[in-house]
Design a protein around this ligand. Structure first.
Ligand code: SF4
Ligand code: SF4
Length: 72
């Protein structure tokens, strides 16, 4: 059975809204938030957690170690 993510944690202090994680995700799990944060960044947010296959590409490619996937 395919692995599933329980949740995806984005550290709003470390993330600088580069959106690499959104671009690299092969399953369209993440999207850009509609809301700007207090630093002027549009952070990523989870759009479809059920689509995540826990490949961890987002974790590996994030330059700021700001995203982590918690699996079942
Ligand atoms: S672990 Fe893989 S499928 Fe899940 S959000 Fe990250 S890049 Fe997308
Ligand atoms: S790759 Fe990392 S720093 Fe860039 S938007 Fe995603 S979580 Fe934030």
């Amino acid at each position: 059975m395919a692995r599933k993510a329980k949740r995806i944690v984005i550290d709003s202090k470390l993330c600088k809204g580069c959106h690499i994680c959104i671009s690299i995700c092969p399953h369209g799990v993440l999207k850009i938030s509609d809301e700007v944060d207090n630093r002027g960044f549009f952070l990523p947010e989870v759009d479809d957690i059920d689509a995540c296959r826990v490949c961890r590409l987002c974790e590996m490619e994030c330059p700021d170690f700001a995203i982590s996937v918690v699996s079942e």
